[in-house]
Ligand binder design. Structure first.
Ligand SMILES: *Cc1c(COP(=O)(O)O)cnc(C)c1O
Length: 367
């Protein structure tokens, strides 16, 4: 059967809305390198999210790499503590940066890296923690901040899922030395490919701005190592035309996740969301009772036209190229049982009801 409900479907603006921005790009013939649309998106995004020191980059993976470099995590002998329950880019960016990943286990309810599981030995040997706000659910940011102060280590949040997430009434992106966003087309808000970094300190932002343009200083002299991580005007145009509609896009996704939770209550277990935050409608993960339930359910749902995704699987601490350092039984178990259900722009509440009743039927037929 054809896929009726895909796992994701990128949100697009009206072509006319995109065109309005693109016409300006053609008129100016200014395609990249800090153009006016780049400036407008950066300013409006910082304002929308309620943060200072935000900069745009070419994608969410480069956002992580540039953050490590700008925060001067250069002591490559010291491992970086991180979560095994995240997307490949979290661990891969650390390895690519020349550091060893040391995986620490997650909390079985929030699915986030558990600060209390980091040992004193690990804290004294490491230079940084890279934690993910999994599915947009804020980490225990206060405990991480305490660790950072007591042990002089940097905290970087992979906030790729946390667009528009609050914590205690303010953007969660304000926590940590840096938080990184992905603006990839599968995310809630995107610029086709794109990313952003929010730094706590302006000095780090200034250093990072130079780094993403080959390390050139204002005299066009490369006085530090750099890379090319610039966002183009064409990408910024997509971001701007979606930002014009972001409230509608996000509210509809939140309504869908609420309907899913209501209709699947008792059928699956759900992630426990931080009490100081509200769900941003980024993903719809459910926990199956066992891996064997998941493995029989997935193909059955596909036959019914419902695409699902094992996200995140496998646990990053079980992947050889990330070094397999650290004992993480909880993450390994969760990653075998987690399943993300379809959630995308323009999904209706009728779609959610249809999907939930098909899931319930499929589960009965498996018993
Ligand atoms: C999407 C994602 C990234 C990577 O972002 P790109 O923009 O695709 O490079 C990193 N971390 C997490 C948790 C993600 O979901």
């Amino acid at each position: 059967m054809a896929i009726k409900y895909p796992i994701v479907r990128p949100v697009l603006p009206l072509l006319s809305e995109y065109q309005k921005y693109i016409e300006g790009v053609f008129e100016r013939n200014w395609l990249t390198n800090n153009g006016p649309l780049h400036y407008e998106l950066e300013t409006r995004l910082a304002d929308y999210l309620g943060v200072d020191n935000l900069m745009l980059v070419a994608n969410g993976t480069l956002a992580l790499q540039v953050a490590y470099q700008a925060l001067e995590l250069t002591e490559s002998a010291s491992p970086i503590l991180t979560t095994p329950f995240s997307f490949a880019a979290t661990a891969s960016s650390i390895g690519w940066h020349g550091h060893k990943c040391e995986f620490v286990d997650i909390d079985p309810t929030t699915l986030n890296l558990e600060p209390n599981k980091i040992t004193l030995k690990q804290l004294s040997a490491s230079s940084a923690v890279v934690a993910t706000h999994v599915f947009g659910n804020p980490c225990d940011v206060k405990s991480f901040e305490a660790l950072s102060k007591q042990h002089n280590i940097k905290i970087i949040y992979d906030a790729a899922h946390a667009f528009g997430c609050d914590f205690d009434g303010e953007s969660v992106l304000k926590w940590g030395d840096a938080s990184t966003l992905s603006l990839h087309s599968t995310k809630i808000f995107h610029s086709v490919e794109g990313g952003a970094i929010v730094f706590k300190k302006e000095d780090d932002l200034i250093r990072a701005r130079q780094m993403i343009n080959f390390g050139f200083n204002n005299k066009q002299y490369p006085d530090k190592l750099g890379i090319n991580a610039k966002m183009s005007e064409v990408h910024a145009a997509m971001g701007l035309s979606l930002l014009d509609n972001i409230n509608v896009i996000q509210e509809q996704r939140i309504r869908c996740t609420e309907a899913y939770h209501y209709q699947l209550k008792g059928v699956f277990e759900f992630q426990t969301w931080s009490e100081k935050s509200s769900n941003n409608g980024a993903y719809m993960p459910v926990l199956c009772h066992s891996e064997s339930q998941l493995l029989s359910l997935m193909p059955r749902l596909l036959e019914l036209g419902i695409q699902t995704r094992r996200y995140f699987y496998p646990s990053l601490s079980e992947v050889p190229c990330y070094g397999m350092n650290g004992d993480t039984p909880i993450a390994n178990d969760i990653s075998r049982r987690i399943l993300c259900l379809p959630l995308y722009a323009n999904m209706t509440l009728e779609d959610v009801t249809d999907i939930c009743s098909l899931i319930k039927k499929a589960l009965v037929s498996l018993d």
